[in-house]
Design a binder for this molecule. Structure first.
Ligand code: ATP
Ligand code: MG
Length: 429
């Protein structure tokens, strides 16, 4: 195939054999979100570039080197969204739905775009489910949204493979004091830092904390600790969160180096990490961003949220073989008809059965074919039963009902009784 006809590197097709697992995952999350009282919001995929610069921060990795930015025909600078929070904040502000302290519990799903080096679990178009809560400032809501993810891992059967890492970045005041102390300490050890960290020391010093460089890590051992700089308000919030996680029985580890890659976080930050996916170990990440709405031109409005990476979680379900049986079978019943007259009758019969059993997954053979070829297709479809309409069945106004997975003999069912019979033997979701 010529190059121009291939997909863009890092942007994947999700093929029909993969979509059942995606839909199972998305459906499970959507049901939980409904049950916890979240409402879906849908934002455009493209926004003005300025939105991301202002919210995510000019000197973050995302804005510095990962955004898909282009000029449209009017000369406006637009960007494919690299994450969902910025657009969600823009949307609630634009529509005034968080004004006057109105609480909003929102969620979204969709593709995000970042120009990163593609590898397992890291792509240039990837998909997130995210949620954002506005105007609830207590640790109770932080705890509840973490509890919801904990429930999700339980339902998906991957709870044992993930670990919750937790930190508090404090209010912007306490963070400011900590930043000063950290800069002072790191500046005194400037020569021992790696090049990237030297640069970050000037632009985004907290990011030095999550360096992978061993020499810089060694310097950090004696660096000032964020926990010592938290003010009373941040400390109380963090204690409140931990008490609630303890009350529910959700285990966590404190990670004082957890800072997150986006500038807007304050107080709570957390990540759910796994060691089952190699280097791309974070499956869900988020935190509180009490200053963001104001920073983007709104009235003071607190916020907290997270986003999970669908590719990584689907990969986990595959790796841990937590694929529910019901999604591997897409067809319940396959109808084979032989000859023009039987095809007409079969089509009408199928529609009548569908009227009566709307959840039945009934596939009617298309493209005619011999006895042998239709049976082969019936078998390959994964169906539990084949329905057979040939000359004999037509003459008697019955349909042959043949178990395909070894549950008994073939029998004849009258057309009028077919739906009732299927209702007894096919479990319907
Ligand atoms: P990472 O440290 O893995 O780069 P991040 O801190 O950049 O993650 P966030 O911006 O917090 O990630 O996004 C939330 C989640 O979205 C991540 O925890 C991850 O599961 C997923 N995610 C982020 N970037 C990618 C990507 N390029 N490909 C696939 N999934 C991604
Ligand atoms: Mg990243």
């Amino acid at each position: 195939m010529s190059k121009s006809l291939q997909a863009i590197r890092g942007m994947n097709d999700i093929l029909p054999e993969q979509t059942p697992l995606w839909r199972y995952f998305e459906g499970t999350v959507a049901r939980l979100l409904d049950n916890y009282g979240y409402k879906q919001i849908r934002m455009p995929i493209v926004e003005f570039t300025e939105l991301f610069k202002r919210s995510i921060g000019e000197v973050t990795d995302i804005v510095e080197k990962e955004m898909y930015t282009f000029e449209d025909r009017n000369g406006d600078s637009l960007t494919l969204r690299p994450e969902g929070t910025a657009a969600c904040v823009r949307a609630v502000l634009e529509h005034g739905i968080t004004g006057g302290g109105q609480v909003q519990k929102l969620w979204y799903i969709g593709p995000m775009f970042r120009h990163e080096r593609p590898q397992k679990g890291r792509y240039r178009q990837f998909h997130q489910i995210g949620l954002e809560v506005f105007n609830l400032d207590g640790p109770d809501i932080d705890a509840e949204l973490i509890a919801m993810t904990w429930r999700l891992w339980g339902e998906l059967g991957i709870r044992d493979a993930v670990k919750l890492e937790l930190n508090s970045l404090g209010t912007s005041e306490s963070r400011g004091r900590y930043r000063e102390a950290l800069v002072e300490y790191l500046s005194a050890h400037h020569d021992k830092l790696d090049e990237d960290s030297q640069r970050r020391l000037k632009t985004n010093p907290l990011r030095v904390l999550d360096t992978k460089n061993a020499d810089t890590q060694a310097v950090l051992v004696d660096a000032p600790k964020m926990a010592d700089y938290l003010d009373d308000e941040s400390r109380a919030h963090f204690e409140g969160l931990k008490a609630r996680l303890d009350a529910v029985g959700i285990p966590y580890v404190l990670n004082p180096k957890l800072v997150r890659g986006l500038d807007y976080y304050s107080k709570t930050v957390f990540e759910w990490v796994t060691d089952k996916l190699g280097a791309q170990g974070t499956v869900c990440a988020g935190g509180r961003y009490d200053g963001l709405v104001e920073q983007m031109g709104g009235k003071p409005t607190t916020g907290v949220g997270f986003a999970m990476g669908i590719e990584r979680l689907v990969l986990m379900l595959e790796t841990l073989e937590q694929i529910p049986e019901e999604i591997s079978r897409q067809v319940d019943v396959y109808l084979c008809a032989f000859g023009e007259e039987a095809e007409l009758a079969g089509l009408a019969l199928a529609e009548r059965v569908r009227d009566q059993l709307p959840n039945l997954r009934l596939q009617v053979n298309a493209g005619a074919g011999s006895f042998k070829s239709q049976f082969k297709k019936a078998d390959k479809s994964g169906a539990l039963y084949a329905l057979i309409l040939g000359d004999d069945e037509m003459a008697q106004q019955v349909v042959g009902f043949k178990p395909l997975r070894g549950q008994g003999e073939q029998q004849s069912i009258a057309w009028d009784a077919l739906a009732a019979h299927l209702a007894t033997c096919v479990v319907q979701g």
